[in-house]
Design a binder for this molecule. Structure first.
Ligand SMILES: Cc1cc2nc3c(=O)[nH]c(=O)nc-3n(C[C@H](O)[C@H](O)[C@H](O)COP(=O)(O)OP(=O)(O)OC[C@H]3O[C@@H](n4cnc5c(N)ncnc54)[C@H](O)[C@@H]3O)c2cc1C
Length: 392
């Protein structure tokens, strides 16, 4: 049995848990990070890739932005394709110079792990947390099981950064949390391909056969998505079928065909919106996907998670170093206001870009798209939310 004592036990070494650990260490707050997967697994897990303007600046301010600035791709606009035509939303022009940075989530995770381990910190990999106790008492206790040892951590606070359906929300009586949820009638088939990007900016396409997204991770790696029925499985999608469908949905008469290459990774993800509130239950603080999920259409999931941590780290530092509990008391309300804005934006993008079986709905979607590319006001709202929702 490994018996530990710390100020903050952090469950989960995703972007949220790792950034929290880093910020607390910077302020001298002792913390332990527990992760059920191996280091290799979390460093290879391909997910998000768009980092907002304010979040990228924040990462740089707190010493995590060096490689992101060097290797990340800065974008000044995105393309919307519908009715076989391309329209550019000039993000920077509409937001007084703001940009987005394309940088893989797994790269940020690698940077955060290297920083922590490089200056003598530790992460308990391969330890699955099974139980949280004492959340309304004077001390909380986290229990888990590693490859060899049982682990028990006594702490002042637990940060539930363990993603959706995690042990953190399961440890609280159901009556203490409200869960708001929407499931969309489509999933995303995502691939990571060894192929140079065909274009310089992301392309969001609404085609009558379905949604498609063109994005990239580096000058030689592309990340592409297709909207597919929720019942589809990977076996139904051969490489040839994936490329053919991407080309149908993404190319117009004027645009070049999509560059193809070996597919290195593929997955199908259900589209959901979830908000669990409040984000604090006694000594448990929820952050990131543990407390909210957005469909990836607005590129908000990782940004929201990092935005929560910016608020949570300051609140924990104020409480643990100065005994000032006000920020911690306000944590849930402060975050939820931004979380619901992100839910609204992600829902707007999702509903607008995925064709429906309902003709009336299709008419509304196309009207919204036309409005987004022909009126400066609508384009500005889209650009501000896309570039910097967490910094607004
Ligand atoms: C296909 C896909 C594409 C996406 N694209 C984007 C995008 O473009 N932009 C964007 O902003 N977001 C995107 N997202 C969302 C983004 O990846 C998540 O919002 C982000 O990972 C949230 O970070 P997190 O740290 O809260 O949770 P996670 O990254 O899920 O981390 C949680 C961690 O907790 C660990 N854990 C879970 N249970 C336990 C336990 N019992 N004990 C110990 N450890 C545990 C998990 O192994 C994991 O490492 C995408 C997601 C997917 C799936």
């Amino acid at each position: 049995m490994k018996d530990l004592r710390t100020q903050v036990a952090i469950v989960g070494a995703g972007p949220a848990g790792l950034l929290l650990g880093h910020l607390l260490r910077q302020h001298g707050v002792d913390n332990v990070i527990v992760e059920r997967r191996s280091r290799e697994y979390v460093e290879q897990r391909v997910r998000a890739g768009v980092i907002e303007f304010g979040i990228a600046n924040f990462l740089e301010e707190v010493g995590v932005g060096q490689r992101l600035r060097r290797e990340g791709l800065t974008h000044h606009g995105v393309e919307l394709r519908f009715d076989h035509q391309t329209h550019r939303v000039a993000l920077s022009d509409l937001t007084e110079g703001k940009t987005i940075t394309v940088y893989g989530q797994q790269e940020l995770v690698k940077d955060l792990i290297a920083l922590r381990l490089g200056d003598g910190g530790e992460i308990l990999f391969d330890v699955e947390v099974s139980e949280l106790d004492g959340l309304s008492g004077p001390q909380a206790v986290v229990r888990g099981k590693g490859l060899e040892d049982e682990v028990r951590i006594e702490c002042d606070y637990v940060a539930g950064c363990d993603g959706s359906f995690g042990v953190a929300t399961r440890s609280v009586p159901a009556s203490a949390l409200r869960r708001h949820e929407r499931t969309y009638p489509f999933s995303w088939l995502g691939i990571l391909a060894q192929a140079a990007p065909t274009t310089e900016e992301l392309i969001y396409a609404r085609h009558e056969r379905g949604f498609a997204l063109y994005s990239m991770r580096s000058p030689s790696v592309s990340r592409l998505y297709l909207g597919v029925p929720p019942t589809d499985t990977l076996e139904m999608w051969s490489d040839d079928r994936i490329w053919e469908e991407l080309n149908v949905r993404l190319t117009t008469e004027e645009s070049p065909k999509v560059n193809e290459g070996p597919i290195m990774e593929r997955s199908i993800t259900a589209m959901r919106s979830v908000v669990i509130e409040p984000m604090r239950c006694g000594r448990l603080l929820l952050a990131g996907d543990a407390s909210h999920i957005v469909p990836p259409t607005g590129a908000k999931g990782m940004n929201l998670a990092l935005g929560d941590i910016r608020v949570l780290a300051s609140a924990l530092v104020a409480q643990l170093l100065e005994g000032d509990e006000r920020l911690l008391d306000a944590y849930s309300a402060t975050c939820l206001e931004r979380v619901w804005r992100a839910e609204e934006f992600s829902n707007y993008m999702t509903q607008m870009l995925h064709p429906s079986d309902d003709d009336f709905e299709n008419g509304v979607q196309r009207a919204r798209l036309r409005q987004a590319v022909t009126t400066r006001e609508a384009a500005t709202v889209l650009a501000r939310n896309y570039c910097d929702l967490n910094g607004l």
